[in-house]
Design a protein around this ligand. Structure first.
Ligand code: HOZ
Length: 435
């Protein structure tokens, strides 16, 4: 365990980063993990076990990134490992139909009444990109209405006022996205139904869908205000738009049936990723049968993928969903996350540091702010430099947090009482260091 005052020794990681930077931009395969927003070097990970990560320098951390959400059972869960091993022994990829795809699709359809049919892809980005294409084809309209601070992957039309890394690095709309592509992207503040109504009044005829993270997780965790999602459903119906829930983060996370179940709603289309792949690269989109039947080869809307429905990813997903189906799984997640959230709030309070802990199920964020965060504007008012200090303080005490104020922390079934209590203790010390 690293010594709190020094931070973890990261010599081998620093060397690995220098080597990586020669051949990869920023030394990473995805921007936020470079740690640029919190300072210091990222530990290079050697292995994960249960709730723990170990780096190549020999430090061990309690992990609340959990691969940014997929690892709801923790690292290297034996059932997932065995399932993937068994699948690998019989072939890694066929580019042909397999029964595992049906097994996973049936589990998803069973958990999510809105998903009558599903198509597997390889990432959340692919899922939202494809759902958007389908929504445009089904309605014959080009536009999309999204929310400030929501992130739907790096799809051109949706990379506008985007959260996650785009916000972390201060470029919520990216160069390289042609103006004509985002011309028909409308943006409303999260939790603001009046703004949505206003946009619909002015432009509904040209808008295919409303896409929303039903619990925003990419500007930190921002729950929907009471009535917000219901209001979106009503407005979508009133103006003839499709309602797309981006449940890449929340699907099988905030409830088995995702946010749609938690808040009692039926979207027209749903995008998934993360948990349904159990840590392997997978995404999916699904929804009403009449919509999904417009996809090729049944209908004319084209979308394809060589590795889609990959047997290893299907096996990991099935094993993960089966463990989650055991009695008490979601209650245990809820209990651990609630205790953690309560302990973190107490730690900040005791140290006199203004902070808001916002949680839905087993995803949460600690916002360094004196007010509740309800939208992008309030998220942006957080003290990101203090978050960097908190992050470093927690890392030094063996707790690995997402390296940005604008990301969610994830609790897994592997996080037991011991890990949660040690995290809270670390937070008491780290917050005292901020005061
Ligand atoms: N955009 C991802 C989190 N919301 C980060 C993924 C990663 O760096 O792996």
């Amino acid at each position: 365990m690293p010594h709190a005052s020094d931070g973890p020794a990261l010599r081998a990681s620093a060397e690995a980063l220098a080597r990586a930077e020669r051949v990869m931009p920023g030394g990473v395969s995805s921007p936020v993990r470079a740690f640029a927003a919190v300072g210091g070097h990222p530990p290079f990970i050697a292995e994960g076990r249960g709730p723990y990560l170990s780096d190549i320098d020999g430090n061990t951390y309690i992990d609340y990134v959990c691969s940014w959400g997929p690892l709801i059972l923790g690292h290297a869960h034996p059932r997932v490992v065995e399932a993937v091993k068994a699948a690998l022994r019989t072939g890694a990829s066929f580019g042909a139909p397999t029964v595992r795809e049906i097994d996973l699709a049936e589990r998803i359809a069973d958990a999510m009444p809105a998903v009558e049919q599903v198509r597997f892809v390889n990432s959340g980005t692919e899922a939202t990109m494809s759902a958007l294409r389908l929504a445009r084809a089904a309605t014959g309209r080009p536009g999309v209405l999204k929310f400030e601070g929501c992130y739907h992957g790096h799809v051109d039309a949706l990379l506008v006022a985007a959260g996650s890394g785009a916000t972390t690095f201060g470029s919520p709309s990216s160069p390289g996205v042609p103006a004509e592509v985002v011309h028909s992207t409308h943006v409303a503040p999260y939790n603001d139904l009046d703004a949505v109504r206003h946009i619909c009044d002015a432009a509904a005829d040209s808008i295919a869908c409303i896409i929303v993270e039903p619990v925003a997780g990419n500007m930190g965790v921002v729950p929907p205000r009471e009535g917000f999602l219901q209001g979106l459903r009503r407005l979508a119906d009133q103006f003839g738009l499709l309602l797309v829930f981006d449940e890449v983060m929340t699907g099988f996370r905030v409830a088995r049936g995702g946010a749609a179940e938690r808040y009692g709603l039926t979207p027209d289309l749903v995008t998934l990723g993360k948990v349904i792949g159990g840590g392997l690269p997978v995404g999916a989109y699904g929804g009403r049968r009449d919509l999904m039947q417009q996809m090729s080869p049944v209908g004319p809307v084209y979308q394809a993928g060589t590795l889609s429905g990959n047997p290893l990813a299907m096996a990991a997903g099935i094993a993960t969903l089966d463990v989650l189906a055991e009695p008490g799984a979601y209650e245990a997640l809820e209990r651990a996350a609630a205790r953690l959230a309560e302990g973190l709030a107490r730690a900040a309070d005791d140290a006199g540091v203004p902070a808001r802990v916002q949680r839905v199920g087993s995803m949460l964020s600690v916002f360094l702010a004196g007010e509740a965060v309800t939208d992008y504007a309030s998220a942006k008012r957080c003290d990101v430099s203090a978050f960097g200090r908190l992050h470093r303080g927690m890392l030094a005490r063996g707790v690995y947090l997402p390296p940005s104020q604008f990301e969610a922390w994830f609790v897994s079934l592997a996080h037991g009482e011991a890990e949660v209590e040690r995290t809270i203790e670390a937070a008491h010390e780290a917050f005292r260091g901020l005061a």
